[in-house]
Design a protein around this ligand. Sequence first.
Ligand SMILES: NC(=O)c1ccc[n+]([C@@H]2O[C@H](COP(=O)([O-])OP(=O)(O)OC[C@H]3O[C@@H](n4cnc5c(N)ncnc54)[C@H](OP(=O)(O)O)[C@@H]3O)[C@@H](O)[C@H]2O)c1
Length: 307
Amino acid sequence: MAADPKPGCVAVFGGSGFLGRAIVESLVAEGITVRVAVRSPGNAKIPEPPGPAGKIEAIYADVRDETSVACAINGCDAVINAVGLYVERGTETFEAVHERGALNVAHQCAAQDIRRLIHISGIGADLNSESSYVRARARGELLVRDVFSRATIFCPSVLFGPDDKFLNTLIKIIRRSPVFPLFGTGGTKLQAVYVGDVAQATLRALRKPASRGKTYELGGPRAYTYRELIELILSRINKRRRLLLPLPFFAWDFLAAMASVLPAPPLTRDQVTLMKSDNVVAENSLTFKDLGVKATALEKILPEYSF
Ligand SMILES: NC(=O)c1ccc[n+]([C@@H]2O[C@H](COP(=O)([O-])OP(=O)(O)OC[C@H]3O[C@@H](n4cnc5c(N)ncnc54)[C@H](OP(=O)(O)O)[C@@H]3O)[C@@H](O)[C@H]2O)c1
């Protein structure tokens, strides 16, 4: 099947976030005009256009407000929803952002007959999860499909990249503390995926007609247990004398409950829940391979981190 034409203008919700920035950079590098839809266009962390100026424009949008979504996507060929919310605050709830917000974006894409929508969710989204975050992600996917059936859904595993929160937080803890507590025995598997690869996959999907209406699970070239990830970081930091302490999940649940009263909790119950199950690409799912993207090994990117 012939490739779809390169989109002229793409709106990226969440374009100031970790994944969103990588997507914006990849789109602009292809000469595509990007409209970064964010809540604070003046202050948001938006990438600088590398080439000719004027390829990136920032516009106000809050996915909870359908009118702002309508304005943000007006005249665009494609829309990417890379909005993320990990901690609920007041009216910023998982339901408001990952369900109603996702629905607003998909609904406006349908109303304005936008050619393509890529909705970012995550591996492990589950309607029956004990985590309200994970349930909201699963319901969000259903709502998007319901109103815009040709949407492409990406479910990445945990993302890494030199400016990520995930590995940089682990590096910080390992540097400071002689003891490193593991989630359970540290046996949970994570198929950590390079943020730049997910951005590349976005570009590929926008040009690939067969990706319409499909869901892709995106993971790195290998799955690491949590313990293996920590040992990999230890080997880089060269501080091998750290005690890796298994800590049962009920203790993590308790710590997360205590932390939930803090304004910016360092650990949430949803994160603990996610760490109870493997976060790996399911057999028989569509993957990077189906989009022609070769996943980058963590070992290749690790030297770019500040240890
Ligand atoms: N990071 C990972 O390891 C990982 C793994 C799997 C899946 N994912 C998924 O990938 C997506 C992006 O994650 P991320 O880690 O890049 O998130 P992030 O760095 O926390 O960025 C979140 C983005 O969402 C925007 N946002 C939040 N609430 C909004 C609202 N109401 N209206 C409009 N924009 C809003 C933020 O914009 P403001 O500037 O306005 O705050 C920001 O640009 C999420 O769907 C996440 O679940 C991430």
